[in-house]
Design a protein around this ligand. Sequence first.
Ligand code: PMP
Length: 359
Amino acid sequence: MDIEKNTARHVRELTPYQSARRIGGHGHTFLNANESPKSESYLLNSTSLNRYPDCQPHDLIEKYSDYLGVRKDQVLASRGSDEAIGLIIRTFIENDEGIVTAPPTYGMYEVSAHTNNVKVAHAKRNDDFSLDAKAITDAVNNAPFHVKAVFIDSPANPLGTLFPKDELIKTLKALPETFIVLDEAYIEFSPEGSDLVALVNDYDNLIVTRTLSKAFALAGIRCGFTIANPQVIKTMLKVIDPYPICDPVAQIACQALTPTGIELTRERVVKCNERRARLSEALKNNPLVTEIFPSTGNFVLARFKDGPAVFSNEAQHGVILRSFEDKPGLKNCVRISVGSDEELSECMRILDEMGRADG
Ligand code: PMP
């Protein structure tokens, strides 16, 4: 059989998402996937592993909706927020329609659109990389296809910026027939900006995605959430796989969402943000750095005199960062996840040595 010939055309032409794990890299310090540097311990009960789990484990949905202060019928759990992105596209968008994204942004929106054979148009950011409602509405109205959803990450990856509440409201009002997907994967690192999820009570076209992968330090269990109008959730549940949340995943997630677990996350976030401030300060003092993007996530994006040299020199020493060299406007930019103090010291030691050799 000619497998290539028998592959769907849009899949033949697809470049898969280059996740940090897929790119790999031989190192011992991984600061390339915005993970928490440390895991907590959890208990597992294996008495029901012979049974299929509930599609939407009741306890999990209850705990997460309590955590956010929304209703249970406004919440859907999935395998990370990555699955939520694909599910939104599969549920609401047809092949001759599409989405709008605002590059530089999280790459999965575009990959997920192409995987599902739907189209992508781009909203233009301002010169300072900020994004406003006008740019989004222009992109939606001028796209050569019907735009069904706009994907906005806030905090944005890799820029680190928040999408302002007033711009979100303007966008929701200007595009009442378009889903505005607000991806808040990193929002816990910016507690002062975390109240936008409540807008799902006022706007049918708002869909918020969240995750336990970042602030909750649970990237390994793959658990994310969609928060939206109950009818949106109900429609997405028509499309979701029968058993997306494994029983051990639900058990661990429920422990992370107890009052003790939530408090641990708050403390973890405070410490992470302190390390982020120290990292930004250290970068400021390095002669190779030409620009530091103020970050509200668990990572810092910096522009260097020679970004690829920084990336490869760190990699040669076993420290794996993420290069954004090829992304629009981000030449010489490298993103550094806020790892542990030891990991960040190691990263800075290598950079400072390069700085001394340079000058
Ligand atoms: N959104 C953004 C902006 C991200 O950076 C990521 C992961 N890096 C995700 C969503 C996906 O997270 P997960 O699938 O682990 O929930």
